[in-house]
Design a protein around this ligand. Structure first.
Ligand SMILES: Nc1ncnc2c1ncn2[C@@H]1O[C@H](COP(=O)(O)OP(=O)(O)O)[C@@H](O)[C@H]1O
Ligand SMILES: [Mg+2]
Length: 382
């Protein structure tokens, strides 16, 4: 078992609040990713869970036991650091054995566990080498192995792939996912890399300035971002975010900005300043015979980037910069003037003043799926 519960956890350094009032349950067996930009408090939060840093406020429980004041070495948790933190003067074998010697296990038991872990990570041929005789990828495995030998309740990892090159990072990512599935243990994994978060996590916590911005599965966080911050943080290129104005007339809600117009849903609303969000992969080139509903944006194509399988268009519109991701089968020249379109179900709206998502709520009294922005605003305020 390895359920970690954080209640009102905060940490300040002098006058800076690095982590603010985090309440979160990490379920047994989850691969929880703490995701956010540099400086948002990820490492600080992980170090508090590990017992390497005291919280200023709040409480930490492991399987129902209050461990807030328990020293790090008495917590049944293992940490893998970004720097790997291997002992340079010890062989791989002794590095792996170290946490077991601290636990005062017998010699045979230690040797057996070291062999098992080394075999499972395919580092058994490196046992007699020193860390400086290993590649970056091999050191990373030893660091994971040293966590693994202890058979802890949870693994805590702080950007463990950031020192690897791109190819090795992809491979190691898949190995860590496989390891998680095999062990069924709880992983808490810190990264600023949204691809790592999307591919490995069972749950993602997006952190911004020490606070939880959103908690959810990778799909929820990607498909239904709760805020402009989350919308802009996940995806590459990121979601297009354009200032626009929503109005209601004749039982329909529409959106407009310079060079941009769209009929969205049935419903009614007061006029409202919004940020309109559309992912680059949800834009298509409008053709005269196509559907009329949705948002249309007049653009000039500035740059066409060929990614091999796909292409990224960087465009200028009256409302701002727009990225579109499309198949290379679509032939587009730089300088082209186009109309891009997104279907209503791919349109995200955020209240401009707060940056919070406006929810799509079916309009009262109709069967047609739509949104009542005014009702949604009330729901958010409540
Ligand atoms: N030991 C420290 N002393 C003072 N400020 C710190 C210390 N550790 C972290 N901070 C500050 O706390 C904030 C969060 O840092 P950190 O948790 O390392 O962020 P992240 O891991 O997300 O990049 C930053 O503003 C950082 O400068
Ligand atoms: Mg960090």
């Amino acid at each position: 078992m390895g359920t970690i519960r954080l209640s009102g956890i905060g940490r300040s350094f002098k006058s800076t609040a690095a982590v603010r009032d985090i309440t979160l349950t990490i379920d047994d067996g989850d691969f929880l990713v703490l995701l956010g930009p540099s400086g948002c408090g990820k490492t600080t939060l992980l170090r508090m869970i590990a017992g390497l840093l005291e919280p200023t406020t709040g409480r930490i429980e492991l399987d129902g036991e209050d461990i807030t004041d328990l020293p790090s070495k008495k917590r049944d948790l293992a940490m893998v650091f970004q720097s790997y933190a291997l002992y340079p003067h010890l062989s791989v074998r002794r590095n792996l054995a170290f946490p077991l010697r601290v636990q005062k296990l017998g010699k045979d038991e230690i040797e057996r566990r070291v062999q098992d872990v080394a075999a499972s990570l395919e580092i058994d041929h490196l046992l007699d080498r020193k860390p400086k005789e290993l590649s970056g990828g091999q050191r990373q495995r030893v660091a994971v192995g040293r966590a693994l030998v202890r058979d802890p309740k949870a693994f805590l990892m702080d950007e463990p792939l950031s020192n690897l090159d791109a190819k090795l990072r992809t491979q190691t990512r898949q190995e860590l996912t496989a390891l998680h599935r095999r062990l069924g243990a709880t992983f808490v994994y810190v990264t600023h890399d949204q691809v790592e978060a999307m591919t490995m996590a069972t749950r993602i916590v997006v952190l911004n300035a020490g606070r939880i911005e959103q908690y959810g599965t990778p799909e929820e966080v990607y498909d239904r971002p709760e805020s402009v911050f989350v919308a802009g943080f996940l995806g590459s290129p990121a979601m297009n975010l354009l200032d626009a104005r929503v109005v209601g007339a004749g039982g329909r809600i529409s959106v407009a900005a310079e060079g941009l117009a769209g009929d969205l849903w049935a419903g009614s609303t007061d006029a409202l300043d919004v940020v309109l969000g559309i992912r680059p992969e949800h834009l298509e080139i409008a053709d005269a015979a196509g559907p009329r509903a949705g948002v249309s944006i007049a653009v000039t194509v500035d740059i066409v980037e060929n990614l091999g399988g796909e292409q990224i268009l960087t465009c200028t519109s009256g409302a701002g910069r727009v990225h579109m991701r499309t198949s290379r089968a679509v032939r587009i020249a730089e300088g082209a003037e186009l109309t891009l379109r997104a279907a209503p179900e791919h349109v995200h709206l955020f209240e401009r003043s707060s940056g919070r998502r406006l929810e799509w709520v079916p309009d009262d009294g109709t069967d047609e799926p739509g949104v009542n922005v005014r009702a949604a605003k009330r729901a958010l305020a409540a």
